[in-house]
Structures are given as C-alpha cells and as structure tokens.
Design a protein around this ligand. Structure first.
Ligand code: TXA
Ligand code: MG
Length: 329
C-alpha cells in the first residue's frame, strides 16, 4: 500500500472520508487523548483482521472497542448497574471497562474471550469520527506490536504509514499513556493495566479495587506481555549513582527532573522540570523515541514515583526493560 494520507482531524471533510473508509472495511489511525489508535469497524471481522496484520499483533491479544456514548457502549457490553458511577465520572476519558460482551462483538475483537473492553475517548475528533462512522471502532494503539506507542500523527506515519489507509492528525496526545483498564467482569473490580486515570481516582469513586499489574505470575490477559513498549536500544532502570557506565559507552538518560550528573550522558530527556507526573506522562513516549533514535548503547531511566500517573509510567518502563527472551511473564 502507498503511504497513508495525513489529514487534519478537525477538518469535517477529512472526518467524513475517514468514516467512509471505516464503513468500507479500511484502517484509519486517529487521535485520542491517550495515544493514537488504529481503527477499524468493530463489527466487521475482516476489517479487524487487517489491524492484526498491520501491527503484526498476535491474534490472542484482544482489542478495545471505542464508542461515542454510553448507549452505544451497552450495544457491545453488559454493564452492571453500578457501573454508571464510573461512566458518569470518567467517560469520556482514559478509563476502559471490561465487561461481558454482547453478540454484536465478533470473536476476533475479544480474541475469543467472553468479555469485551470498551471506552469513550475524550478527544473530540475521535468522537466525531465514531459518530460519523455510525458504529463502534475497534482500535489498539497505532504502533507495531510491542513497540513504543504513538503520541503524534508523525509517529504513526513513521511506523505504520504504508500499512493503513488514512491518518487523522489531531495534534499531540494530551495524556500520553494508554487508558487504565478496569475489569468489572469478576467479583471485585480489578485494574488490569495502569494508565491515564490514576488508581487513586477510581478508588475515590468506588472504593478499594484489586490491582493486577506487574505482580501477576501469569498475564491477566494474553496480550499483556512482559516485554512491551520496547525501544530498540536496551533500557535499564537505575538510581542515580548506580548506572555502572562502561568507559566509552554512549548512554542516554530519561529522568523526571534535572539530573545531578548530566555530563555523563550523550543525551538527556527531562520529563517534567517541575516534577509534575501529568506533564511527564504527556512527554514520556516522545522522549523514549528521541533517545531511541540516537543509536545509543543504552538508555538509563531513573525510577519514577509510583503514584498517580507514575504507576503507569513505571509499568511501561519495566516492560520496556524486560529481556527479549522472556517476553511472557
Ligand atoms: O488508551 C488506550 O487504551 C489506547 C487508545 C487507542 O484507546 N488503546 C490501547 O489499545 O492501548 P491496545 O490494544 O494497545 O491495548 C489494549 C489492551 C490489550 O492489549 C489487552 O491487554 C486489553 O487491552 N484488553 C482488551 N480487551 C480485553 C478484555 N476483554 N479483557 C481484558 N483485557 C483486554
Ligand atoms: Mg498498545
């Protein structure tokens, strides 16, 4: 396929064209407030199959269905009554809910599971696209499987440009990490992936939840692989002073605030000079990409505080640093 056209996500003709591509079974990359998504008609199995192909994603990894309103969410999933509290507080937004699926969801979307992941994105262009397409849009992050997620249209074009029909450019993603995934399918609500909505905020609405990230011996879902979000450059998480730099080694540093020893490094990416974890999340994947493009020997990442969005960022760093040989937890 020729390189995808990049169109303005706020141009109504571009949205109409993108909606037509979705209805016709094609692939459109679109902006959300978390990361860019690679969308297809959620009700069309052969369109969804193209997502797996473009990303080289294993068929065992289920995909989130994006909808524009709670009524459409109920078309795809069966929600417990009390879930309305979560929908009211966090939708539209970076919370994905896993619930029992309805027959409207083809098995390829859920990788054969009887649950489905659903969210209403907050980015206005995403919701306009979903409304114009008049259907739910199945969309993983728009990157090759296991690679760093895209937070600009250019990131998508660089990695998948020749495999998709159209890219809608809605500017940089303001949250910058993927949605938090909360399963309502078991007895107790359970966070399966830390993300854009901090666990603390969910607990302030519904009380204590289980958190099943990083600690599980087996992945909570088949798609949650230990090695993910990976740079080509090896990445290690090290405290200041514990870098163990080898002589002549060209290392890059990823850190929250201005480091004490920047001259040791060939390149330094500071995520938020004021130490704000929201700003850090918005800069996170872009900073990883910049360091990865410099052909460094190693990327050293400083540990981040594991509260608020820091929990999601540390989860991404741990998966990025995992060894290739043990991708399954
Ligand atoms: O912010 C986001 O969530 C972005 C944007 C585009 O919405 N999407 C995203 O999709 O991160 P993806 O495919 O990269 O990650 C979604 C993950 C899957 O890997 C899988 O682990 C989980 O969601 N998932 C999907 N369906 C599930 C289900 N039925 N049960 C449990 N987990 C599920
Ligand atoms: Mg992803």
């Amino acid at each position: 396929m020729a390189a995808a056209i990049i169109a303005d996500a706020f141009d109504s003709r571009a949205i109409q064209e993108a909606a037509r591509i979705i209805r016709d079974g094609g692939l459109v990359a679109f902006p959300t407030e978390t990361v860019y998504g690679l969308g297809a008609d959620a009700g069309n199995p052969s369109a969804v199959a193209k997502i797996f192909e473009a990303k080289a994603r294993p068929r065992i990894d289920p995909i989130i269905v994006h909808v524009a309103d709670p009524a459409s969410a109920r078309n795809y999933g069966v929600f417990p009554e009390w879930a309305a509290r979560l929908m009211d507080r966090f939708w539209p937004g970076a919370l994905t809910l896993v619930v029992e699926k309805t027959p409207a969801v083809p098995p390829i979307v859920t990788a054969g599971l009887d649950t489905v992941a659903i969210r209403i994105p907050a980015h206005p262009a995403a919701r306009t696209l979903i409304r114009a397409a008049q259907r739910g849009i199945a969309a993983p992050s728009a990157n090759p499987f296991g690679a760093v997620s895209p937070t600009t249209a250019q990131h998508v074009a660089d990695q998948l440009g020749d495999k998709i029909d159209m890219i809608l450019d809605g500017g940089p993603c303001i949250i910058g990490v993927e949605s938090t995934i909360l399963s309502l399918a078991g007895e107790i609500p359970c966070v399966l992936r830390a993300g854009g909505v901090p666990v603390e905020e969910i607990e302030s609405e519904i009380g204590k939840v289980d958190v099943l990230i990083g600690t599980a011996r087996k992945p909570a879902v088949p798609g949650q692989l230990k090695r993910h979000y990976a740079t080509r450059t090896p990445l290690e998480i090290r405290e200041e002073g514990a870098e163990d730099l080898r002589s002549g080694e060209r290392a890059g540093l990823l850190c929250l605030v201005t480091p004490g020893n920047p001259i040791l490094y060939a390149a330094v990416e500071i995520l938020s000079p004021s130490g704000d974890l929201k700003e850090a999340a918005a800069n996170f994947f872009g900073a990883l990409r910049k360091l990865d493009a410099l052909s460094l020997d190693r990327i050293i990442a400083r540990p981040l505080p594991e509260r608020g969005l820091g929990l999601a960022l540390m989860d991404r760093l741990r998966r990025c640093s995992a060894h290739e040989k043990d991708i399954f937890q």
